[in-house]
Design a protein. Structure first.
Length: 95
C-alpha cells in the first residue's frame, strides 16, 4: 500500500473510534443531556470531564498508532482492540 492509503486508513480508524467513544458516552448515560449541561447550565466541571474523556481516547489511539509497524492489518487490529477496551473501561469507571 502507498503511504497515503495507509495514512488514510489510520485516520478513518481513529475517526471511527472517536465516533464510537461518543456513542458509548451517550448510551451509558441516557438520563444526561450533554447539550443542556454545556449550553444552558454552563457546567464547567462537566465540560472538563467530557474533554478529559476524549483526550484519554485520543491518547490511547495515538499510543496504538505510534511505534514500529507490524503490518497494516496488525496495526489496525491493535488500534481497534486497545481503543475499544479503553472506551469500555472509561465508561465503566464513570458509572
Amino acid at each position: 500500500m502507498t503511504d497515503i492509503k495507509v495514512g488514510l486508513g489510520y485516520a478513518v480508524g481513529a475517526i471511527a473510534l472517536i465516533w464510537f467513544a461518543k456513542y458509548m458516552l451517550t448510551s451509558f448515560r441516557k438520563n444526561l443531556n450533554i447539550r443542556q449541561e454545556l449550553t444552558e447550565h454552563d457546567n464547567l466541571a462537566f465540560a472538563l470531564a467530557i474533554v478529559g474523556y476524549f483526550v484519554a481516547v485520543i491518547i490511547v489511539i495515538a499510543s496504538a498508532i505510534v511505534g514500529p509497524s507490524h503490518g497494516w492489518t496488525q496495526d489496525m487490529l491493535a488500534l481497534f482492540f486497545y481503543g475499544s477496551i479503553a472506551i469500555l473501561l472509561l465508561n465503566l469507571s464513570a458509572m
